[in-house]
Structures are given as structure tokens and as C-alpha cells.
Design a protein around this ligand. Structure first.
Ligand code: NAP
Length: 312
């Protein structure tokens, strides 16, 4: 086998990738972490994290990720800021091709490419993105001071961010497609007690209306009746889809939504030397602590594999 450039390449630098990177660097594995943006992933745009152990008072999302990055850096994790275009994960030598054309090789790969916001696919959504349509309350909330806005979704993200938006907006209307929320009880209690939050149940946005910016949303109820709600902002917070464009999906096993199926050691589809951790995995719960824990498990599994590797 040709000599690989690295023993381990980690693709993606969110909580899963950074934790895998910390373990690998500390374990003296010759490792490269490739990240296309800034390290931190989705948590970078999470306003406040209240459930990460050891932060008893809570912590801002960017601060938590700053600390995770610094922790991996302390052990000398090598990072490269570049976009991965494709991968070939078959065989003992794994190949990672960057969009610059550069190809890197390694013995083991941990895929931590995460997920991105799901869209409602309504007319006006694409045209008015950044002009009132947002997928990140933390990023855009301050633009809506004293305005009336809508939030779509009934999960933890929608309700947590609706609560955050009340710090700025005059009124926040949560539009949900069913008659009960999926969010945890504590968030529901807070939202129902918040006078600035209204709910529209059993309804979906069928169109986002506006010339240069959002002026209103058209709502279609489950019984097909319709209504128009004047708002200047729409926050679409309805879950995530996998970042799997750069993955060789013919070599991996995915669920019906395109998330990677792994075993309990984070091995992908039985492929030796290939692991996945964090939100890209097919799973029920997507939490920062889960992603970090999976990053650690994936790296320890990779270390075990590398110690028996053909080039070891
Ligand atoms: P989620 O739990 O999957 O909730 C998505 C919500 O959007 C659901 O209410 C769903 O409706 C609705 N929805 C989905 N597709 C839709 C569509 N096309 N049109 C309209 N509505 C649609 O996603 P999430 O809230 O982003 O949370 C993701 C994960 O992160 C979860 O595991 C969550 O627990 C976790 N999380 C945790 C915290 C925390 O612990 N503080 C904070 C944020 C997120 P239905 O209910 O009808 O399916």
C-alpha cells in the first residue's frame, strides 16, 4: 500500500469532529481535521447552551465551540480549512479529494459533516432568504426589534428560538402543522407563559409574500382554509437535513433521509476504517453532548483499527 498522508482524517469541525480531533491529537495519531468554514458547526449560531455539563450557568454557543477548538489546539491538532468534494472509502487507503483538486490519503476517516436546516419549500422562501426569511434566530434576531414575526416548527429549536426572539420582537407567532408541540415540557411551559408568543395550530405556510423583503405569510390550515398574517420576518426552524453531498453514498449505508447508519462503535456500514459521529448519523437525538461523545467513541474505534492497520 502507498504511504498515506495521514493515519486519520476527520471531515467536519463541529462538536463531534473537534472531540475526535482532541482524542486523536492527544493519542499522538497523525491526524488532519478538514473544515470548510469555521470550527464549531451549527453550535456557532446557537444563542445559548444550557445543557452542556460543567457549564452550570449555561454558555454562549460560540464560546463553547471556541473552548472546544482551543482544547484540541492545545494538543496540536492539525487543521485545514477547505471543502471536501468527494471521497473514496473502499480499500485500505482512503482518498479525500478537495474542491481545489488536491487529494489527501489516509488509513482511517471519521465523517462529522453534520446537518443543515430543512426548508419549507414554499413560494417566496428562496427569493426572500436574507430579506426576512431566516434559518437562524441567533444570527438575525436583533434585526426584528419591535416587529411582528413568525416562527415555523414545534420542536425544541423552534420553541427555544421563539423564546429568544421575544427579547427583540413585539410579537412572535409560532405556526405549527399539528395541534401539539414536540418540544420538551420545560420549553413548552415557558412558551405558553410568554405573553409575546401566539400560536397558530394545524397550519403551514403556503407562501411567503413580499417585494424587496417579507411583508406577510399566507397560511393554509389542515382543513384547507387560508389566512394571511402580516409579518416582517419568518424563522424556519423545522429540523435538519444531512450534509452528505461530498460522501460516496454508494459505499455507505443511509436511512431514508440520507443520514449515515453506523454500529455502536460508530463504524459506517461495516466499512473498515470508516466512522461517523454527530448529526450526520442516523439517530433519534441530536444534542451537542451526543455529538461529542460519538466523536470520542469514533476516534477510539479508529485508534483500535489503526493499531492493527496494514501500515502499522
Ligand atoms: P425536530 O425535533 O425534528 O422538530 C422539527 C419540527 O418541525 C417538528 O415540530 C416538525 O413537526 C416540524 N416540521 C418538520 N418538517 C416540517 C415541514 N416540512 N413543515 C412544517 N413543519 C415541519 O427538530 P429540531 O427542533 O431542530 O431539533 C433537532 C434535535 O435537536 C432534536 O433532537 C432536539 O431535541 C435537539 N435540540 C435540543 C435542544 C435542547 O435540548 N435545548 C435545543 C434544540 C434542539 P412535527 O412535530 O409535526 O413532526
Amino acid at each position: 500500500m502507498d504511504k498515506p498522508d495521514y493515519q486519520l482524517i476527520i471531515v467536519g469541525g463541529g462538536p463531534a469532529g473537534l472531540t475526535a480531533g482532541l482524542y486523536a491529537a492527544r493519542g499522538r495519531i497523525q491526524t488532519l481535521l478538514i473544515e470548510k468554514g469555521a470550527t464549531g458547526g451549527q453550535v456557532l449560531v446557537t444563542d445559548w447552551v444550557d445543557n452542556y455539563p460543567a457549564f452550570a450557568e449555561g454558555v454562549a454557543g460560540f464560546e463553547l465551540m471556541d473552548k472546544m477548538t482551543a482544547h484540541a489546539d492545545r494538543f496540536g491538532l492539525e487543521k485545514k480549512f477547505a471543502a471536501v468534494e468527494s471521497m473514496d472509502l473502499r480499500g485500505d487507503l482512503k482518498r479525500i479529494r478537495l474542491d481545489s483538486g488536491e487529494e489527501l490519503t489516509c488509513e482511517a476517516v471519521i465523517i462529522c459533516t453534520g446537518a443543515r436546516p430543512r426548508k419549507i419549500e414554499a413560494p417566496g422562501e428562496k427569493e426572500l432568504q436574507g430579506k426576512g426569511v431566516s434559518y437562524c434566530a441567533t444570527c438575525d434576531a436583533p434585526f426584528y426589534r419591535d416587529q411582528e414575526i413568525a416562527v415555523v416548527g414545534g420542536g425544541n429549536t423552534a420553541i427555544q428560538e421563539a423564546l429568544h426572539l421575544t427579547k427583540f420582537a413585539k410579537k412572535v407567532t409560532v405556526i405549527h402543522r399539528r395541534d401539539s408541540l414536540r418540544a420538551t415540557a420545560i420549553l413548552q411551559e415557558k412558551a405558553f407563559a410568554e405573553p409575546k408568543i401566539d400560536f397558530i395550530w394545524n397550519a403551514q405556510i403556503s407562501e411567503i409574500v413580499g417585494q424587496d423583503s417579507v411583508e406577510a405569510v399566507r397560511i393554509t390550515y389542515n382543513d384547507d382554509s387560508t389566512a394571511t398574517l402580516p409579518v416582517t420576518g419568518v424563522f424556519i426552524l423545522i429540523g435538519v437535513v444531512p450534509n452528505n453531498d461530498m460522501l460516496p453514498l454508494d459505499q455507505l449505508q443511509t436511512d431514508e433521509s440520507g443520514f449515515l447508519i453506523t454500529d455502536s462503535e460508530m463504524v459506517c456500514a461495516g466499512l473498515s476504517g470508516v466512522y461517523a459521529a454527530g448529526d450526520i448519523r442516523s439517530k433519534l437525538f441530536r444534542q451537542i453532548i451526543n455529538a461529542a461523545g460519538e466523536g470520542a467513541t469514533a476516534e477510539l474505534s479508529a485508534e483500535h483499527y489503526l493499531s492493527n492497520c496494514p501500515t502499522a
